[in-house]
Design a protein around this ligand. Structure first.
Ligand code: ARG
Length: 461
């Protein structure tokens, strides 16, 4: 290995050791911020020109140089150097090589501390917009599937035991609602991301006559950060994004778990399209639901990154500390993971095959209209608690007889309560049970149909 002879600056008497250089450099991963870094630098330079802090000639040279660098980076011709530590120094160094002394003026009134905070916010703003859009696409696919299955009956579960019959669309709408809240959380977080830190310089601001509001306008930030110390040290916009991503992934993991169960031969409610499954290297008959399993598994890394970021910030004294460099890899991975997950999930949902008959057959199995029988007795004058006790006895009787509630004869029913008449059979059917739950948020077919329409309308706005 070539021996390093370069000192960090003239303040130092020894060169940086090789291992320290490698340990402290971030260029291998923060080069991903390059386009945002250039965007921020272009706005900063324009402000310096407007405020007459640099000349028009220098500004023109800087702009030209930065645009060339952007092209080099996009064409993958830019030579990144670990000797130049991070994306910021790499670009500034190259700029000076291209345009000479003007390049050395770009950093006037700025520090890497406010620069990197700006880059991260520009990056995350783009990411959060993508996330919001991808959630919308998944919501649309969910509503499309639900629209086709308003009349499909499935066993609603509690404790993974058959509880009460529901419309399959109603079940899908539950996920639509979770995604609606996820989306709102990202939209809200965006407000706190889209504020400009630049101008804070190292931490205390700068003595140059800068115009921060002008830079904010150029970079389409809603406002400027009010406190320079906070501006360079705050990373809670990243933690918030990650926390929102964790909640989103948690929702998707629940859905994944259901897809895995539903596609197993014990349920056979659905089939996941072949393009989303893989086989086994030993068992030729296998078709494994790898995609939902991986979604479930990837929650681990997203949650892990959240813990990394929280731990990274815990107890950090103000203002900027190098610890913050560790914010990048987790957040990049979170953004990539949820972007891929949302894309793949939406496609998987659009290609699901549903077996309504199997769902309905399962709903018929588990005495799922027992609550309806209790409600029937209450409507005939019994208290609910008493009715609950009577129906528990009827269910026990049916279990012993190995028959469903709707197969119990009227005279047997009447042994349990004289209030029971032949109209009881109306409430024991799955359809009757579903139709009766017609309040807002209930599973009645018409209610679900209206909910689907309303949600679709909302998505159009
Ligand atoms: N690479 C650094 C980071 O990601 C940039 C800021 C460096 N600032 C400093 N004072 N060393 O945080």
């Amino acid at each position: 290995m070539k021996k390093n002879t370069k000192k960090w600056s003239e303040r130092f008497s020894e060169p940086t050791s090789e291992i320290v250089k490698r340990y402290t450099a971030s260029v291998n991963f923060d080069q991903r911020l390059a386009v945002f870094d250039i965007e921020g630098s272009l706005a900063h330079a324009e402000m310096l020109k407007k405020q007459k802090i640099i000349s028009v000639t220098d500004f023109n040279a800087i702009t030209k140089g930065l645009k060339q660098i952007k092209k080099e980076i996009i064409a993958q011709k830019f030579k990144w150097s670990i000797d130049l530590e991070d994306v910021h120094i790499n670009i500034e160094n190259r700029l000076t090589k291209i345009v000479g002394v003007a390049g050395k003026k770009l950093h006037t009134g700025r520090s890497r501390n406010d620069q990197v905070a700006t880059d991260m916010r520009l990056y995350l703003r783009e990411v959060v917009d993508l996330t919001i859009n991808q959630i919308k696409i998944l919501q649309k696919e969910t509503l499309n599937l639900a629209e086709k299955h308003i009349m499909t009956i499935m066993p609603g579960m509690t404790h993974l035991q058959i509880a009460q019959p529901v419309s399959f669309a109603h079940h899908l709408h539950a996920y639509y609602e979770m995604l609606e809240r996820d989306k709102a959380r990202f939209e809200d977080a965006r407000k706190r991301i889209n504020i400009l830190p630049l101008g804070a310089a190292a931490l205390a601001g700068t003595s140059y006559p800068i115009d921060r509001k002008f830079v904010a306008k150029l970079l389409k930030f809603d406002s400027v950060m009010e406190n320079s110390i906070d501006a360079v040290s705050d990373r809670d916009f990243l933690i918030e994004y990650n926390a929102n991503a964790s909640i989103l992934m948690t929702h998707l993991s629940r859905w994944s778990e259901e897809l895995i169960m539903w596609s197993s031969p014990f349920f056979e409610f659905i089939e996941i399209s072949d393009s989303f499954c893989t086989g086994s290297s030993i068992m030729p008959q296998k078709k494994n639901p790898d995609v939902p399993e991986l979604v479930r598994g990837k929650v681990g890394r997203v949650n892990g990154h959240l813990l990394s970021l929280l731990t990274l910030m815990k107890g950090q004294p103000l203002a900027y500390n190098k610890d913050n460099q560790e914010d990048k890899e987790p957040i990049f991975d979170v953004a990539d993971t949820i972007s891929d997950t949302l894309t793949i999930f939406a496609e998987m949902i659009s290609k699901l095959t549903i077996f309504p008959d199997n769902m309905e057959a399962a709903a018929l199995k588990g005495y799922s209209t027992a609550t309806d029988l209790a409600d029937y007795l209450v409507k005939k004058g019994m208290t609910f608690r008493e009715a609950h006790g009577v129906v528990a006895k009827v269910v026990k009787f049916a279990i012993n007889k190995q028959c469903e509630l709707s197969e119990v004869e009227l005279k047997s029913f009447q042994k349990f309560s004289k209030l029971i008449d032949k109209d009881v059979f109306d409430c024991l059917t799955l359809k009757g049970s579903i139709k009766s739950r017609k309040h807002i948020g209930g599973t009645a077919f018409n209610t679900v149909k209206a909910a689907n329409k309303q949600a679709k309308q909302k998505m159009k706005n």
